[in-house]
Write a protein that binds this ligand. Structure first.
Ligand SMILES: [Zn+2]
Length: 55
């Protein structure tokens, strides 16, 4: 499922988003875990794990 970056936050209606990425150096995971969060209120939209190669 893709995230539309123009999608409004259901909580506050803000369209600004932050894509979070975190590597896991402890477990040497190759994949990053990403999440799209609302810049304003921090609402988490979805995991972007399936799209992590697209930047
Ligand atoms: Zn929000």
């Amino acid at each position: 499922m893709k995230i539309k970056l123009s999608e409004k936050c259901p909580k506050c209606g803000c369209q600004d988003k932050t894509i979070k990425r975190s590597l896991d150096p402890v477990h040497h995971a190759h994949a990053t875990t990403g999440a799209v969060t609302c810049t304003k209120c921090g609402y988490v939209f979805k995991s972007r794990r399936d799209e992590e190669d697209k930047e």
